[in-house]
Design a protein around this ligand. Structure first.
Ligand code: ACO
Length: 343
């Protein structure tokens, strides 16, 4: 049987580290290391400088994943790009990445399929389900799947925006989803969404209720009111739903595959808040050593969190061939998803 497995992974964070204390001292935000660390577990995040785009970060992560998979970039036959912070409103970032990876250059240009996924924090899991389906169906052999975000450009880094502004960081993570005849790889997934909560976690800067979508002044320049400019979030609603949906999704996943939650060797959860993941861990009764978290170093990097976790878990010797791994994520939409992998 044709299966799909993760043949290689890589990640990239921009070099500039911004600690919780830096948010107060450099940005003048009324916050403290203690407040952020206690409620979220976050200690620092990385911010990219102006001039860097989401697809730029994705290039570095992709090159590392391609190298780890031991393939030539010309063997990639599809690019899937999960992000909520695309380089621009359109076209999608997968096209920019495809071009920057050189897949459009020379006589052997491949011009492979390029697809953006706009499912925020669960974008990587939705992307993995899509990539796996493409591979299993025989349409593609090597899908490059990337989660990449530049949040720092669209955060209100003032006291007014501190609730959201202190959570997010910039980063990219990538994997190669590859065909194999071996009995391994992505076994199943569980995806869901609840559009009733679409307004609870959102960014409405392009407001298509309006004509035109951005109000203009007399000179024809766009004018955006401050409540549309930045992301909005009902933090406690997100918090509660994240725990409930992640547990529900993991339970559905295990039922589908007829495995017990206790059979899972490693849980790689989306990194939105360490407290969310600790509550998931406690409620499913899993030991702490089966969870691997890195939000302390990177903050919430949305679609990039899970591929970064995969790569760091491999580097740390926590993720090895033969293990049963569960990925689970929850985010804006609300959307959520989980996937079971025999590594
Ligand atoms: N520093 C200091 N004070 C702060 C900060 C900060 N960084 N942020 C908020 N506060 C203040 C608020 O202004 C508020 O003050 P007030 O009482 O004077 O008005 C007070 O702290 C309490 O604010 P709450 O928002 O009620 O704080 P809460 O305990 O809910 O914690 C948090 C906020 C950490 C954001 C939490 O709600 C959370 O983690 N929610 C989940 C968020 C999440 O998972 N998002 C991920 C999805 S992202 C995606 O999909 C794109």
């Amino acid at each position: 049987m044709r299966n799909a497995y993760i043949a290689g992974s890589g990640f990239y964070v921009p070099p500039r580290i911004v600690t919780n204390d830096d948010l107060a001292s450099e940005y003048g935000i009324e916050t403290s290391d203690e407040w952020i660390r206690q409620r979220t577990g976050i200690e620092q995040r990385h911010f990219a400088d102006a001039g860097t785009t989401t697809s730029d970060l994705a290039v570095h992560a992709s090159e590392r994943a391609i190298e780890a998979a031991g393939i030539d970039r010309r063997e990639i036959d599809m690019v899937i790009f999960a992000t909520l912070s695309p380089d621009q409103f359109f076209p999608g970032s997968a096209c920019f990445l495809q071009q920057k990876l050189g897949l459009c250059d020379g006589d052997d240009a491949t011009f492979v399929a390029a697809l953006d996924i706009r499912n925020q924090c669960s974008g990587f899991v939705y992307g993995l389900a899509t990539a796996t389906s493409m591979v299993r169906s025989g349409q593609h052999d090597n899908v490059l799947l990337v989660g990449s975000e530049i949040h720092s450009a669209a955060l209100d880094l003032t006291t007014r925006g501190r609730t959201v502004g202190s959570l997010f960081g910039d980063a990219a993570g990538a994997v190669i989803v590859r065909a194999t005849d071996e009995d391994r790889g992505v076994r199943a997934w569980d995806l869901g969404a609840d559009g009733r909560f679409a307004d609870q976690l959102a960014m409405k800067v392009f407001d298509f209720h309006n004509r035109p979508y951005i109000a203009t002044d007399e000179a024809g320049n766009g004018v955006v009111p401050v409540d549309l400019l930045w992301p909005i979030m009902e933090g406690q609603v997100v918090f509660r739903n994240a725990i409930a949906r992640m547990i529900e999704s993991l339970t559905n996943l295990c039922e589908k595959e007829d495995v017990a939650l206790g059979d899972i060797d490693l849980f790689l959860c989306h990194q939105a808040n360490l407290r969310i993941n600790q509550m998931v861990q406690n409620r499913i009764g899993a030991p702490e050593e089966k969870f691997f978290n890195n939000i302390q170093k990177y903050g919430n990097t949305t679609a990039a969190t899970i591929p970064i976790l995969i790569d760091e878990a491999i580097q740390a010797g926590r993720l090895e061939r033969g293990m049963k791994v569960a990925l689970v994520a929850f985010g804006a939409g609300f959307t959520w998803g989980s996937a079971l992998i025999d590594w």
